[in-house]
Design a protein around this ligand. Structure first.
Ligand code: HSE
Length: 440
């Protein structure tokens, strides 16, 4: 059979990783796909730049539109990132009848509904394994491997940069800002590191996971997003003393007739496997009603781990090039006419446990005031810990762990706590999840 001709938009880290792995494992990949996969064209901003891959046999072009308009190319691999130019190119490629593979989480999370609708009309595939958790085959696992389940919830460490920062803060007792610099030096962080540390990157990935897990449209704008930039060394250390680890989790869960879609720092019991995912690694915990909890672990970024996911998509697309579009795996795991518009729950309606850090004057009756306010909001205390005052401080840190309660009750309690004359500074609140196998 003739080789399948593909074009790559963007020859950066992942683009070059894809070229290298396709060349190195070419024979093995063709044995799986049934045809040779040949990169005929690739676009790059700077054609003369030295890059970590050989471009022999690949025609380099500066204008990516040449690739999406090239009639001999059947599959376009979009690796330029961002979501303006990428959207234009992907829609044009689809309009020209080309299949698309992308690693672009922002593009799919924000414009996926439109992209899938256009692809459906044209009978082409859009594959996006590399958009979520890098090399971990999480899209394929949720969409195909767990297809017999009613998925109940997903909780994932899906931003390596934040996980690296939190791990270093714990291991080295370092401050957030210092570790962020180190993450940037190591090249983990996005071009704009706020995307990593403020939870946006994780929310893009979580939006995609929720869509394929629950068969709902992509609703990035409705995700609750809170990052790790306000986490202090103190909180990491107190969490540890109480038997918890602090992680930036993306949680998607069916609850109360809707879906929770939330990214925030979370305390999780240290005995959980996912609590022990360290450094820039990713892990996704998926709970299905039949299978129970399953966990997927691996590199969430990097040239070759991401290339691994891109090429798995290439093999899938090549295998079904000649299949009737109705016989292919649907983009969002569920048939397009079977998606349900389940509402995303506002964060005020979400129920979780909490870690609170208060700075209280050390005098009689303070804790009685605090516990009365919590009781008024139906908040039950799980544990309480009073620490030594720091040198030069007239307050003592008080750490409280609570049982599950709706966020709106906790907001009200915090508002009242902060009004007490005995409570100084803002109350720090971090959500806590036990991630038990029987959590529904
Ligand atoms: N900046 C991302 C991360 C890279 O830290 O996980 C992969 O999306």
């Amino acid at each position: 059979m003739k080789p399948v001709k593909i074009g790559i938009l963007g020859l950066g880290t992942v683009g070059c990783g894809t070229v290298n792995v396709l060349v190195r494992n070419g024979q093995e990949i063709s044995r799986r796909a049934g045809r040779e996969i040949k990169i005929v064209q690739a676009s790059a901003r700077d054609l003369d730049k030295k890059r970590p891959c050989s471009t022999d046999g690949i025609k380099l072009v500066a204008d990516p539109r040449e690739i999406v308009r090239n009639p001999e190319i059947e599959i376009v691999v979009e690796l330029i990132g961002g979501h303006d130019v990428a959207l234009e190119l992907v829609l044009e490629a689809i309009a020209n009848g080309k299949h698309v593979i992308t690693a672009n989480k922002a593009l799919i999370a924000i414009h996926g509904n439109e992209i899938f609708a256009q692809a459906q009309k044209k009978g082409v595939m859009v594959a996006f394994e590399a958009a979520v958790a890098g090399g971990i085959p999480i899209i394929k696992s949720v969409r195909e491997g767990l297809a017999g389940n009613r998925i109940e919830w997903i909780a994932g460490i899906i931003n390596g940069t934040s996980n690296f920062i939190l791990s270093e803060m714990r291991d080295k007792g370092a401050d957030f800002a210092d570790v962020l610099k180190e993450a940037q030096r190591l090249g983990y962080a996005e071009t704009d590191p706020a995307f990593d540390v403020e939870g946006v990157d994780a929310a893009h990935k979580l939006t995609i996971l929720a869509a394929i897990a629950f068969g709902i449209p992509l609703k990035f704008k409705q995700a609750y997003i809170e990052g790790i930039s306000r986490i202090t060394r103190m909180d990491v250390q107190y969490a540890e003393e109480l038997g918890y680890r602090l992680k930036l989790l993306g949680i998607a869960r069916r609850a109360g007739g809707g879906v929770e879609l939330r990214v925030h720092p979370t305390l999780i019991p240290e005995r959980r496997l996912i609590a022990n995912v360290e450094g820039a690694m990713n892990a996704v915990l998926v709970k299905g009603d039949a299978v129970g909890p399953t966990m997927f672990y691996g590199a969430g970024a990097g040239a070759e781990p991401t290339a691994s996911a891109v090429i798995a998509d290439l093999v899938d697309v090549v295998r079904t090039l000649t299949a009737d579009p109705n016989h292919r795996v649907p983009h969002q795991a569920f048939q397009p006419d079977a998606l349900t518009d389940t509402p995303i729950l506002p964060i005020e309606e979400v129920e979780t446990s909490y870690y609170l850090r208060l700075h209280a004057l050390d005098r009689p009756g303070v804790l009685a005031d605090v516990t009365r306010i919590l009781a008024d909001q139906q908040i039950s205390i799980e544990a309480i810990l009073q620490k030594e005052p720091s040198i030069g401080e007239d307050t003592v840190p008080v750490i409280i762990l609570t049982q599950r309660v709706k966020e709106k009750n906790m907001n009200e309690a915090i508002k009242r706590l902060e009004k007490l004359s005995s409570i100084k500074r803002q109350v720090a609140r971090i959500r806590l999840e036990h991630l038990n196998a029987d959590w529904k």
